[in-house]
Design a protein. Structure first.
Length: 206
């Protein structure tokens, strides 16, 4: 209960993601009706897919990775900027990631994708604004500054987005990250100054 009172939105989002994903695995019609699918969005104006697809996943590993990252960074961001600001950042990143994927695949009506990756990418970039030199561990082994991890994450996502088999929304990583970054600077105006101050301190600035 104590953890829930500290970051209720993060834990609630994780619970909703798990519930929706598990239900989708056992109900293909639900999964198909709520995944990101360019054709129905364009032709039938099923815009809800841009939101609902962010709560579905293709398998256990996909779900666990996204929820692990969401908990690691989301809890910290929510505690630091407040629940309301965190939710604004999260959903702006989710929808922004879907919009990016939609624009990139506008001429491909068969394009489908699911996953919370867009929203999680935005949360990750928000984290990097406040703690750019916090050490993250790749595969739990390789230490890397958060800002470098974020850059590599986006570059890898851009590369994977070019693959033909793209049920995981790699395009959404890019859009989600950018929307999350911008929205963080809007709802927490001091965030850019905090980031700049740490960069300046690294190079001997005051």
């Amino acid at each position: 209960m104590e953890q829930f009172s500290l970051y209720p939105a993060t834990l609630t989002l994780i619970a909703v993601n798990v519930a929706a994903s598990v239900f989708g695995w056992s109900n293909p019609q639900f999964q198909a009706a709520n995944m990101f699918h360019v054709g129905p969005i364009r032709q039938n104006r099923e815009y809800h897919r841009m939101l609902t697809s962010g709560f579905l996943h293709v398998g256990v590993f996909h779900l666990l990775i996204n929820m692990f990252v969401l908990f690691q960074f989301g809890a910290t961001i929510e505690y630091s900027v407040g629940t309301t600001n965190f939710l604004i950042i999260y959903f702006a990143s989710l929808v922004g990631g879907s919009l990016w994927a939609y624009l990139e695949n506008f001429r491909n009506p068969d394009y489908r994708a699911v996953g919370a990756s867009g929203a999680v990418s935005g949360v990750l970039l928000a984290y990097c604004l406040f703690w750019p030199f916090s050490l993250l561990y790749i595969f739990m082994i390789i230490p890397m500054p958060a800002v470098l991890f974020a850059v590599l994450f986006i570059l890898i996502s851009a590369t994977l987005a070019g693959r033909e088999n793209r049920i995981i929304g790699h395009e959404a990583h890019i859009g989600g990250a950018l929307f999350g970054l911008v929205m963080t600077m809007i709802v927490v105006p001091d965030s850019l100054g905090i980031f700049a101050g740490q960069i300046a301190a690294l190079f001997g600035g005051s």
